[in-house]
Design a protein around this ligand. Structure first.
Ligand SMILES: *Cc1c(COP(=O)(O)O)cnc(C)c1O
Length: 377
């Protein structure tokens, strides 16, 4: 008999965080518990281990935390959004006088938040692909791999040992790969932070974030921070997220398959440059991603000659939704420069959904043909 730890990804995702006992008449996943206050014993008042108030106590949220914790391999603390988790990690760790190292090419809000909201903290930036500066005097190293949107990958295990040798904590933003794509805690990271609004939940219908760690003290600190600052997810979001986890393996498999086909298609087209997908042989991140990652996410980044080319491409496509975010069921594309990212005007982050590969390939081929008549190269 295999133990749960030996189960495959789909089995683990389907069962993660569900009640142990299969009780007749009960649903597989209990419904959301909606409560601000709960009934107290009128005489004994609040009692340890019994839910009293909704900000610290919610059974639906706890079930989701058990599930994500099982997949990441640590204790999970969920937050109202990915940024609530990222900012909790930064604000609980960095003190005036400390230095924090962030990716120069990662999620732009993490960078701008840190630069604006951590007075007295020195913010160092390094490109995900390196080179990295000395970690001497650094309190927290936050990696994002693959980095969003450029998709460079870094070696978590080797950077974790370098960080630990310098007395720094190593955190990884695991949003893009999800815990089925990469398990940073097993690779030596102290902390995972992530947005669950993207591929983890995958239906483009909720905002949620989490942090995960195998260090109980760090987890307790994050939990206390969350209770104090109040950035808790609502029970309905937590329930929707948990409900979505069961299909994670299936969704990622199709998204990755679609990305492979689309990256090949894009690489063979005139007017398309800088195609990046870490699963494609020849991609600058291919080797390290193949060694480190358990699967490659369904995101492809590429560049068209101008904004006008992207406009024509998105207008002509019948299957690609113009939308930011990524990791959902529906294929979507985002011209990053429109958000003020310092990306080239024609850079597109394409998030492959779970549609049939041949439909996407045909649609994208036709949309590129339509964009090809736009003047300029
Ligand atoms: C989206 C995203 C975040 C922020 O998550 P929200 O849920 O939108 O707050 C953080 N990191 C990365 C890599 C992201 O893509």
């Amino acid at each position: 008999m295999s133990s749960p730890a030996d189960y495959g990804d789909s089995t683990r995702s389907v069962h993660a965080g569900l009640p142990e006992a299969a009780l007749p008449g009960q649903p597989f996943l209990p419904g959301p518990v909606f409560a601000a206050p709960y009934h107290l014993d009128p005489v004994a008042g609040p009692q340890a281990g019994v839910d009293g108030y909704g900000r610290p106590d919610n059974a639906t949220r706890r079930a989701l935390e058990t599930a994500i914790g099982e997949l990441e391999g640590g204790e999970c603390v969920t937050f109202a959004s990915g940024m609530a988790a990222v900012s909790a990690a930064l604000l609980t760790q960095a003190r005036p006088g400390d230095a924090v190292l962030l990716p120069a090419d990662g999620y732009f809000l993490t960078r701008s938040f840190a630069q604006e909201s951590l007075p007295g903290v020195t913010i160092l930036l390094a490109p995900t692909a390196g080179p990295y500066p000395s970690f001497e005097g650094v309190r927290l190293v936050l990696l994002e791999t693959p980095a969003n949107p450029g998709l460079d990958v870094c070696d978590i295990a080797s950077l974790a040992s370098r960080a630990h040798a310098a007395g720094a904590l190593l955190a990884v933003d695991n949003t893009t790969p999800t815990p089925l794509g990469q398990r940073p805690l097993e690779l030596g990271a102290d902390l995972v932070v992530a947005s669950a609004s993207k591929a983890l939940t995958g239906h483009s219908d909720l905002i949620l974030g989490y942090a995960c760690t195998a260090d109980p003290e760090l987890a307790a600190r994050l939990r206390a921070w969350r209770s104090g600052t109040g950035g808790v997810p609502g029970p309905f979001e937590a329930w929707l997220a948990h409900r979505s986890l069961g299909t994670l393996d299936l969704r990622l498999a199709r998204q990755s398959e679609n990305a492979a086909a689309i990256a090949d298609l894009l690489a063979g087209r005139p007017q398309v440059s800088s195609v990046r997908w870490p699963g494609r042989p020849g991609d600058p991140s291919y080797e390290i991603a193949s060694r480190q990652m358990r699967r490659i996410p369904g995101i492809v980044t590429f560049t068209l000659p101008s904004k006008a080319h992207v406009d024509a491409f998105l207008t002509a496509s019948r299957l690609i939704a113009a939308a930011t975010s990524f990791g959902g069921l529906h294929t979507s594309a985002d011209r990053r420069a429109q958000w003020g990212d310092d990306a080239p005007e024609g850079l597109v982050r394409l998030s492959c959904g779970v549609e049939d590969t041949r439909d996407l390939v045909a649609d994208i081929t036709a949309a590129l043909d339509a964009a090809a008549v736009v003047p300029g190269t």
